[in-house]
Design a binder for this molecule. Structure first.
Ligand code: SAM
Length: 482
């Protein structure tokens, strides 16, 4: 039986409820009156507290996703842009993945790190190698990382992950610093989540891969990840362990996207109902070619238009949740979807273990790679590209460092204070990037953008402070934040 508050995977992600949702969506996909009503419900409203959005239930959002009326799709895109603009403005937060180890005891059929892959080079970074990677990432200008590792209790125990986090935070090279480490490791125990919290991680990210239990079991035939309930209930354990920023995701291509979409939103509703706070981020990866993985064997791949619609519908349904797109997507796809609700992107990424240190921007190692990177531009090129499109690339990590996580972040979002806080923080961290790492061209465009955008800070005191801090950064000081 479906129960949003249940702690059992099969009750909060209930197969029958998803099937009924899909049936309801299919039946109503041309019901213009209902669709207009749903769009109206989701529209941002000015209230005494600021701008607010009500979001949508998984059923309502599924109707939008099923609707194939061109004019309605356009309305969805317009609304998604409006919501993104209201809560995330024109800021895009930058990050990079850091692969620590590709040892893995699972046998995920879409991932080249599966233990049956005997020819892929297995590698685990030593602490010296982690330090070298971090220095290379700092030299690119990164301040925020997502660490990645296969699941292997012997090679990658929690102690190893914690030691790596400690090393990462300790490296201070020139003006560089990694100020936020997000963690993407396999489902684990409450005790281990507690240790990750103590190690001051940012978001704990775990992709569900698929919400369809039967497919999940087939796609993860061996290893601890085969346990559907343990994997699906991981975010509840993470929150019980004190982590209140969690990142959900589905690997699109494995199962029918409408099923996954409903499951993803049910998961978000569940976290909100049980823990009082929804997911901090949602990622939308698609299966990619990799070492011994041919993405064409998965018959549920989605085209760019469907992908864009999913992103727009997620933005409308969970307005306060950040949305992440990685370098799995190429420049033109990123261009198409970024305005529809994306708030974070990776840039200059390497998906191999030890892929940064010792390599020039045009050379990328493939031997330990998790998947082919489609967007192979350097971070500087991505930063410039974003600014050319009118976005502010942000290297901000302030919220979590100021304790604004979980519902405290959400309330900042809801009261519209984000414009007096995130906006100046984005400009100040961009200024650091321009001073320390940017090419001449990027620097010129960035300086113009900062001058243009400073006047958009509504509160005069915040505006004056931000202007002063930006001047201080030019003079050599670092790490200001609101
Ligand atoms: N090992 C961890 C786990 O079990 O969740 C997570 C780390 S894994 C390095 C990160 C994510 O990469 C996986 O959750 C999966 O969704 C994604 N991934 C794996 N193979 C992929 C492929 N061929 N193409 C695109 N993404 C892939």
């Amino acid at each position: 039986m479906y129960d949003v508050k249940s702690l059992k995977a099969e009750e909060f992600i209930n197969h029958e409820e998803i099937l009924e949702t899909l049936e309801y969506a299919e039946k109503n996909k041309h019901n213009r009156e209902l669709i207009e009503e749903i769009l109206e419900k989701a529209r941002p409203r000015k209230t005494a507290r600021g701008t607010e959005c009500r979001g949508l239930t998984h059923r309502e959002a599924s109707v939008l996703l099923a609707c194939d009326i061109e004019e309605m799709t356009q309305k969805m895109y317009d609304l998604a842009r409006e919501i993104k603009e209201a809560f995330y403005g024109n800021r895009i937060v930058m990050f990079a993945p850091l692969y620590l180890s590709n040892y893995c005891v699972n046998n995920c059929v879409y991932c080249p790190y599966h233990y049956k892959n005997k020819h892929i080079t297995r590698k685990k970074l030593t602490q010296e190698e982690v330090a070298a990677e971090v220095i290379a990432l700092q030299d690119l200008g990164h301040k925020r990382l997502a660490i990645e590792a296969g699941e292997d209790p012997v090679n990658n125990p929690i102690e190893y992950i914690l030691e790596c986090i400690d090393t990462i935070y300790k490296i201070k090279h020139k003006n560089g610093a990694i100020r936020r480490v997000n963690v993407n490791i396999a489902a684990t125990t409450v005790e281990n989540y507690h240790k990750l919290k103590e190690a001051q991680i940012g978001t704990y990210i775990l992709f569900q891969e698929t919400y369809h239990k039967e497919s999940y079991l087939e796609l993860h035939p061996q290893g601890p990840k085969h346990n559907y309930a343990y994997h699906t209930e991981a975010m509840d354990r993470a929150m019980d362990g004190g982590i209140d920023d969690v990142g959900l995701g589905v690997l699109f291509g494995l199962e029918l996207y409408k099923y996954e979409f409903a499951g993803l939103l049910m998961h978000a509703e569940h976290l909100e109902a049980v823990h009082g706070v929804g997911p901090h981020t949602i990622s939308v990866p698609r299966v990619k070619r990799a070492d011994d993985i041919d993405p064409d064997v998965f018959d549920n791949s989605i085209d760019d238009d469907t992908f864009a619609k999913i992103i727009a519908c997620i933005r409308i349904a969970v307005p306060y949740t950040g949305m992440i797109i990685s370098t799995r997507e190429n420049e033109s796809c990123r261009d198409k979807v970024i305005g529809l609700g994306i708030s974070q992107i990776s840039g200059g990424s390497r998906t191999s273990v030890g892929g940064y240190a010792g390599y020039t921007p045009d050379v990328r190692p493939h031997d330990t790679e998790q998947f082919d990177v489609s967007d192979q531009r350097s971070l500087d090129e991505v930063v410039k590209w974003l600014m050319d499109l009118g976005y502010i690339p942000s290297f901000c990590t302030a919220c979590y460092r100021a304790g604004r996580t979980g519902d405290r972040f959400m309330s900042l979002c809801k009261t519209g204070q984000i414009q007096n806080c995130c906006h100046p923080n984005a400009l100040m961290t961009l200024k650091e990037y321009l001073e320390d790492y940017a090419s001449d061209d990027t620097k010129r465009i960035g300086e113009e953008l900062i001058t243009r955008e400073l006047v958009n800070i509504p509160n005069p005191t915040a505006r004056a402070k931000a202007t002063e801090y930006i001047e201080n950064i030019h003079e050599g000081k670092r790490d200001f934040r609101f």
